[in-house]
Design a protein around this ligand. Structure first.
Ligand code: ADP
Length: 197
């Protein structure tokens, strides 16, 4: 039996730091951000559907998706934005399920699904349990400003456009407190692993 762990957090809460730790332990990690790029690569059903909806004009001359063009189309049109979201979320879900099936067939005891929009996309219903990487908002803001070189106003905008980390924390099965050192954080994850196996 394969255990599917959902890993999530808020922007700059430390999710990638934990994800890298799992990878270093040779645990398969499915990265939803990578999947989101894969499903719109040339010759995918995802890109074909987008072209069917939005026209050839959203392609670059090399056949790749012109993200800028697509972005400007959906920015102005909510209905088109919804259509795109419907296409993408279905393709992403299917791609993730395929990857899960692959690792299950390889008899992996544990798979980590690293996905920022875990609750928003109802992936909590698919995974066996959810680990939330948590930091207080002040720490999140500080780390985000530092990592992405943002001023406080822009960093706050990004944080506030997401579901709050406190809400995610309340829904979590496992909370990893990433407000201390990275070492302290990884110790908590390692502890979870020890009890898992
Ligand atoms: P996420 O993947 O959730 O966006 P990251 O793992 O990239 O977050 O962490 C955000 C930033 O904070 C990065 O620059 C990372 O190096 C730093 N960081 C993460 N955890 C800690 C920690 N415990 N102490 C100090 N800095 C940290």
């Amino acid at each position: 039996m394969t255990y599917l762990l959902g890993l999530t957090g808020g922007i700059a809460s430390g999710k990638s730091t934990i994800s890298e730790f799992f990878k270093s332990k040779n645990i398969p990690v499915i990265d939803a951000d990578i999947v989101a790029r894969e499903v719109v690569e040339p010759n995918t059903t995802g890109l074909n559907q987008i072209v069917a909806h939005f026209g050839e004009e959203i392609l670059l001359s090399n056949g790749k998706l012109n993200r800028k063009k697509l972005g400007s189309i959906i920015f102005e049109d909510e209905k088109k934005r919804e259509q795109l979201n419907t296409i993408l979320s279905k393709e992403i879900r299917q791609n993730i399920l395929e990857k899960v099936t692959y690792f299950q067939s390889r008899k992996a005891p544990l798979i980590v699904l690293d996905i920022p929009l875990l609750y928003e996309g109802a992936y909590d219903e698919m995974v066996d349990s959810v680990m939330v990487c948590y930091v207080p908002k002040k720490t999140q803001l500080h780390r985000l400003m530092l990592r992405d070189g943002l001023n406080e106003e822009d960093a706050l905008k990004r944080i506030d456009s997401q579901m709050s980390l406190d809400d995610k924390k309340n829904l979590a099965d496992t909370i990893i407190d990433n407000s201390g050192s990275i070492e302290e954080t990884l110790k908590q994850v390692d502890n979870w692993l020890t009890h898992f196996s």
